[in-house]
Design a protein around this ligand. Structure first.
Ligand code: F6R
Length: 269
């Protein structure tokens, strides 16, 4: 796991955008796993800007989002489909027919959505790069604490903590869903590389548990310790509870030097 610490969320997003753009220069038809939430919005803005300037094209990209609420129509402004259209897809040259979310259409059996989504990911050749945020309770996707560490895409019940964290995004009187369909932890772990972004002091506890705690279903993100290619990009406040910070900074410098000398895809596991 490579942990890289930046001054602020703009710098985190800039490095993440660099990595995505570089991957697309090597593999223009890359398959991305995408996330919603507040954290990746700055990244999406930077990618939109680079696309507008002609520095990158998403025309060959296929994408699979981590999760979608259950019980909200894809056209509802609160759906993650609407979020992705609004914050990213509508502003870049991506082919929307190749952007996927684990949505449950009216009349669909939600239990079948997961296996169908998994089959689509396999058919696309698997995920090259998965973008993740992290919940204050350590969740990735909507894999809440106690989720099976080998789970696949399925329906999950959101914890009261997640409901409370996300209530800021719902107006009074709006119905906040209590269920979601999320890629499983096993699904996320199948991605060939993973980029986790975390910003702000409220993420410091979860980041420390993920990087330095024991691997445990009570902190689902801690499973990333078992993945070969994970880069964690965080800002100063999110890094504030890490004990081995000096080591991560030194390792990040060494890795940068190695990458400059031997190529882009060297990473300190
Ligand atoms: C979003 C997702 C979640 C968020 C996490 C952090 O698709 O899967 O795991 O990444 O809840 O959300 P923010 O970025 O809003 O703090």
């Amino acid at each position: 796991m490579e942990v890289v610490i930046f001054r602020d969320e703009e710098q985190v997003a800039e490095r993440a955008a660099d990595l995505l753009v570089r991957m697309l220069s090597v593999k223009p038809r890359a398959v991305f796993g995408l996330a919603t939430g507040s954290t990746p919005i700055v990244l999406y803005r930077q990618l939109i800007e680079r696309n507008r300037k002609g520095e990158v094209s998403f025309s060959g990209v296929t994408s699979f989002n981590l999760d979608e609420y259950l019980g909200i129509a894809p056209g509802d402004p609160q759906s993650y489909r609407s979020f992705m259209d609004r914050e990213f897809f509508d502003h870049v040259d991506i082919d929307k027919a190749r952007t996927h979310l684990p949505s449950c259409e009216p009349g669909d059996n939600p239990q079948l959505v997961g296996p169908r989504y998994e089959a689509m990911i396999r058919k696309a050749g698997g995920i090259d790069l998965q973008i993740l945020g992290i919940g204050q309770n350590g969740h990735i996707g909507f894999n809440e604490p106690s989720s099976s560490l080998v789970s696949r895409t399925r329906v999950k019940t959101l914890t009261p903590r997640t409901m409370q964290d996300n209530s800021r995004l719902f107006d009074p009187g709006e119905i906040q869903p209590r269920l979601a369909i999320t890629m499983g932890i096993g699904t996320i772990m199948d991605a060939r590389s993973i980029l986790l972004l975390a910003t702000g002091e409220r993420k410091a506890g979860a980041v420390a548990a993920m990087v330095e705690g024991a691997v445990s279903a009570m902190c689902p993100a801690s499973i990333l310790q078992m993945h070969e290619r994970v880069t964690v990009l965080i800002d100063e406040p999110a890094a504030s509870k890490l004990k081995n910070r000096e080591y991560y900074e030194r390792a990040a410098r060494e890795n940068r030097a190695l990458k400059e000398r031997f190529g882009e895809f060297y990473a300190d596991g």
